[in-house]
Design a protein around this ligand. Structure first.
Ligand code: ADE
Length: 249
């Protein structure tokens, strides 16, 4: 079983890279794909770069050039639902493009080949990832310092199985956040790649799961040190959750 691990953040990719054994590096399409073994499992690591096109092109290469058997995509997201707190984890159930609109020719949110209902993530891979995330959360004090737990209020982190909305821009105003929440009320978090990865996996019938750490509340009220959060929290989450996922019996 070869697992493609696609990272939306360079910090996550770099940490995983420090653990990989038997590395083989291939440069393709301005990305570096790293084949090797992580905790005894065959993997291919790549940093997707940001946005839907970048993520889709990397996903297509993981499938068609590196012949992965399943894909896990990790990164951060803005919380939409009031229960999606900074530091919580969302494992995607269904992924939607919130910025696709070809009306009046097609109904809003209609995506070629897929339709209007988004793409459902693979249940088995997502179940396994959620178990790994829950194990990590239980032991979070082993991996994140007390200082960072206090600074980012991580003492009561939850793992959610909810829907994710994707679009090619960072949501940073209440106005845009409200528009997405009004139009797509069952969306829990927003990010910039997941639905594109899901679409390519669906087209190729490849099992996939998407995991996002909530980094902000997708509005003007996200008073946090973003680089510090990525470095000291979100990328640590990804590393240890991937370890739990890949080493699960
Ligand atoms: N990724 C993390 N936070 C985000 C936001 N607010 N909008 C889009 N993508 C994100």
């Amino acid at each position: 079983m070869k697992t493609g691990i696609l990272s939306a953040m360079e910090e996550e990719f770099t940490l995983l890279l420090s653990e990989i054994k038997n590395q083989k590096k291939t440069s393709l399409g301005m990305r570096e794909y790293i084949e090797g073994t992580l905790w005894g499992q065959d993997v291919v690591l790549v940093f997707s770069q940001w946005g839907k096109t970048a993520a889709a092109s990397t996903t297509a290469n993981l499938i068609n050039v590196f012949h992965i058997d399943r894909l896990v995509f990790t990164g951060v997201a803005g919380g939409l639902d009031a229960n999606a707190k900074i530091g919580d984890i969302v494992i995607a159930e269904r992924l939607y493009h919130h910025d696709v609109d070809a009306s009046p020719f097609k109904r809003r949110y209609y995506v070629p080949l897929i339709g209007e209902n988004g793409v459902v993530a693979d249940k088995k891979t997502s179940d396994e990832l959620a178990l790994a995330a829950n194990r990590f959360v239980k032991d979070i004090h082993q991996y994140i310092s007390d200082e960072d737990i206090a600074e980012f209020s991580l003492s009561n982190v939850c793992v959610h199985r909810k829907n994710i909305a994707t679009g090619d821009f960072f949501v940073k105003t209440e106005e845009v956040r409200n528009r997405i929440m009004n139009d797509l009320p069952d969306m829990y978090a927003v990010e910039m790649e997941g639905a594109a990865v899901a679409q390519v996996c669906w087209e190729h019938k490849l099992p996939f799961a998407v995991m996002r750490t909530i980094s902000d509340t997708a509005n003007e009220h996200s008073p946090m040190d973003y680089p510090k959060f990525l470095h000291r929290v979100a990328s640590i989450y990804s590393l240890h959750i991937m370890k739990e996922f890949l080493t699960a019996k």
